[in-house]
Design a protein around this ligand. Structure first.
Ligand SMILES: Nc1ncnc2c1ncn2[C@@H]1O[C@H](COP(=O)(O)OP(=O)(O)OP(=O)(O)O)[C@@H](O)[C@H]1O
Ligand SMILES: [Mg+2]
Length: 441
């Protein structure tokens, strides 16, 4: 080969590699199972919830508590609330709680995000004074892509702790948003009492900065217990699982960004399999798109296509990369030295086949027909059901009431269904017909 021909070949290989890497970079932006959405263009669905939030935030004296099952998209909605509610991003203060958070640490972060560093007790230590001259006087604020650096000012106050009055002085007259995520993690009892008081005072003062508490399923009754009138001033907004159309919209937005084609049948399968959880859509699509990216290396493919093969391989990738809690819990539930070990698996699969979340034992028995060709008598697996609801098997199931069981972790059902779907594709030529893949519900 001539030197020129060799150079051309190298340049072509470089371009191919470049296109491949760019495709993967777009995939990382569009399909992100491990991080909340923080750009509006990737946020799908939720029109009803946004409308409800708008109404509540606009209502004088109303603060908001947003709650919902794990992984339904609470943080994503909270991170983009400023955008949907048309509030200034600079006046939106987003903080995330930890188990060790207290009222003072939460609001110290909120104030820092507003550029105010509070020094309590009216004194500041030598170190703090020096810190003030150094980097600590610069607070890094902002959310999403646009992190800004803002100069902070220090406010020295006489009180030993952060008070509602201080916060009202700072925020009540501006049209801001204070968003406190993962509030359920807070262990400090005193924090709940002080938070309830603060919510009440923001409402009474008709503050135009609103407080939005996110992830409050467990703490809500405690907060309201502290202040009965919070039932009126604190709107409770439940974020539901996403509909199949909304999940389809995630796939649509992602594929547009990728510049890839996803076969309609594949897109439907993914949206159905995800069982309302955007996490599974992102997880499967990401892995399928990575598999499809290989097409850019093979020949002159201009359009990357995600079809059945990419879907099945993507599904396998998704399952081996799913949350550890799911794979560990599943393994703990089904792996055994006792015989026959597959009975545990069979019970879980028959559970996952049901359209109902709380499954009746007689339906589990019926559902087994699909896998073993005949109905099994409940007496043959009642011991297994009991074990699966116990600590030995990781409490994978919960007995709801006599004769009814459900998956303890709601994400377990789509996980088990994905395993079944993979087995169906790999070993049964898609011959099993799962009602959840074709039903109308
Ligand atoms: N409206 C949406 N459009 C597209 N993807 C979404 C949407 N909402 C959530 N997701 C995706 O779903 C997954 C879970 O979202 P998120 O972290 O916001 O949920 P969460 O309810 O806060 O979860 P957790 O209970 O674990 O805190 C993430 O991968 C996120 O990117
Ligand atoms: Mg969250």
């Amino acid at each position: 080969m001539s030197a020129q021909g060799y150079d051309h070949g190298m340049a072509r290989a470089d371009r191919k590699r470049q296109r491949y890497l760019e495709f993967l970079a777009r995939c990382d932006q569009a399909f992100r199972p491990y991080a909340p959405i923080d750009l509006p263009e990737f946020f799908a669905g939720r029109t009803e919830h946004v409308r409800r939030l708008e109404g509540e935030i606009r209502a004088p004296g109303r603060q908001v508590a947003l709650y919902g099952e794990r992984g339904v998209g609470k943080t994503s909605l909270a991170k983009l609330a400023y955008f949907f509610l048309r509030r200034d991003e600079d006046r939106t203060h987003f903080v995330r709680c930890e188990r060790s958070s207290t009222f003072d640490t939460i609001f110290r972060d909120v104030l820092a995000s507003a550029g105010v560093e509070v020094v309590l007790n009216g004194v500041e230590s030598e170190a703090e004074r020096h810190g003030a001259l150094g980097l600590s006087s610069v607070a890094s604020v902002g959310i999403g892509r646009s992190r800004r650096v803002r100069r902070s000012f220090r406010r020295i106050v006489g009180e030993p702790q952060i008070t509602p009055r201080m916060l009202l002085e700072q925020f009540s007259a501006s049209e801001g948003l204070i968003i406190i995520d993962e509030y359920d993690r807070v262990r400090d009892e005193e924090c709940h009492a002080r938070m309830a008081e603060l919510l009440k005072q923001f409402s009474d003062a008709d503050s135009t900065t609103k407080i939005m508490l996110v992830d409050v399923a467990d703490t809500l009754s405690q907060l309201i217990g502290e202040h009965k009138s919070l039932t009126r001033s604190l709107a409770q907004v439940k974020l539901d699982r996403m509909s199949k159309e909304e999940l389809g919209d995630i796939i649509h937005k992602g594929k547009e960004h990728l510049g890839a084609t996803i076969k309609n049948t594949v897109s439907h399968r993914i949206a159905r399999l995800a069982d309302g959880f955007p996490y599974f859509v992102h997880l499967i699509c990401r892995h399928a798109a990575y598999v499809a990216a290989d097409q850019l290396g093979e020949g002159a493919a201009n359009q990357v296509v995600i079809a059945e093969d990419e879907y099945v391989q993507g599904l396998a990738g998704a399952l081996s990369n799913a949350e550890h809690t799911l794979s560990e819990q599943y393994a703990q539930a089904v792996i055994t030295t006792r015989k026959p070990s597959e009975k545990f698996m069979l019970v879980l699969w028959a559970m996952a086949l049901s359209e109902e979340r709380e499954v009746q034992v007689k339906d589990i028995a019926k559902n087994m027909t699909l896998f073993v060709g005949e109905e099994r008598k409940p007496a043959t697996f009642s011991w297994n059901l009991g074990e699966l609801s116990g600590e030995n098997r990781g409490n994978v199931l919960t007995k709801v009431r006599e004769g009814y069981y459900k998956f303890t972790n709601p994400l377990m059902r789509p996980y088990v269904r994905s395993l079944m779907e993979l087995e169906n594709a790999l070993y049964h030529g898609q011959q099993w017909e799962f009602p959840f893949m074709s039903g109308t519900k």
